[in-house]
Design a protein around this ligand. Structure first.
Ligand code: HEC
Length: 216
């Protein structure tokens, strides 16, 4: 029996099959990192946020000088890669940006470590900051969602301090780019720093008490 035609047939099927999958790959990939919501408006946890672009790790950051913590904490910040690429070009965030802030406890004793701290395996918190102009237009285009162990989260109410602190002190579009070392120079170059932040960091050249100066 001649097996040659069969072999040719099988080989061509394999080749056709692989051509077909290449054709699929060349289609524009769907933005898998865009926010998705349940029908009642809860954000779905972007489960792969750990595969996004890493921006920074804060260590024991606190908004008041004495935070009274008896333990140390790290926070890690990530952003979806599509928005990171857009930021590199424009110095600000496009619609559908998601930033993740993950909190981990600091450990000091383990394996060969004798000094300093490293991050523990338990995630102690996860907050997502989402820019979605179609949903959050009336509140400045952004919203916060806090996740514990559930796969979805309701929006953090706009009355919470998250919104006011980010609006008043964050360097770019309510995000704390002043603490993201690879992004701050890009924002400076594109002149996208917020007015509040520029004011906060401007050298104090104006006289504090104008009344001590003679009126013109
Ligand atoms: C008093 C100011 C302040 C308050 C209140 C605050 N944050 Fe932040 N937030 C920060 C700072 C500072 C950073 C930068 C952290 C770093 O550099 O590691 C940050 C970063 C973040 C990020 C990373 C993305 C970004 O926007 O830069 C998220 C997400 C976030 N905060 C969520 C929240 C949520 C949710 C709340 C309320 C429950 C909140 N924050 C309250 C100051 C604040």
């Amino acid at each position: 029996m001649n097996t040659k035609p069969l072999l040719v047939f099988v080989v061509s099927i394999v080749i056709l099959g692989s051509l077909e999958s290449t054709a699929h790959q060349s289609q524009p990939a769907p933005t898998t990192n865009a926010p998705t919501y349940t029908s009642d408006g809860q954000l779905r946890l972007p489960v792969n946020y750990r595969e996004w672009v890493y921006l920074t790790t804060g260590f024991d950051m606190s908004y008041s000088a004495a935070n009274g913590m008896d333990h140390h904490m790290f926070d890690n910040v990530f952003v979806n890669p599509e928005s990171y690429q857009a930021f590199l070009k424009t110095g600000t965030w496009p619609d559908k940006t998601m930033l993740a802030l993950e909190v981990r406890g600091a450990k000091s004793k383990g394996s060969i470590n004798q000094a300093g701290n490293y991050q523990g395996t338990d995630r102690m918190g996860l907050e997502i900051h989402v820019k979605d102009t179609s949903r959050f237009k009336d509140q400045g285009n952004w919203a916060f969602f806090g996740f514990d162990d559930k796969p979805t989260s309701t929006m953090t109410p706009t009355s919470m301090a998250c919104y006011s602190c980010h609006a008043q002190h964050a360097a770019v579009d309510t995000t704390f780019v002043q603490f993201y070392p690879t992004l701050l120079p890009i924002a400076v170059a594109h002149n996208t720093l917020s007015a509040n932040y520029r004011e906060e960091t401007a050298p104090a050249t104006a006289p504090k008490d104008a009344a001590t100066y003679p009126k013109p």
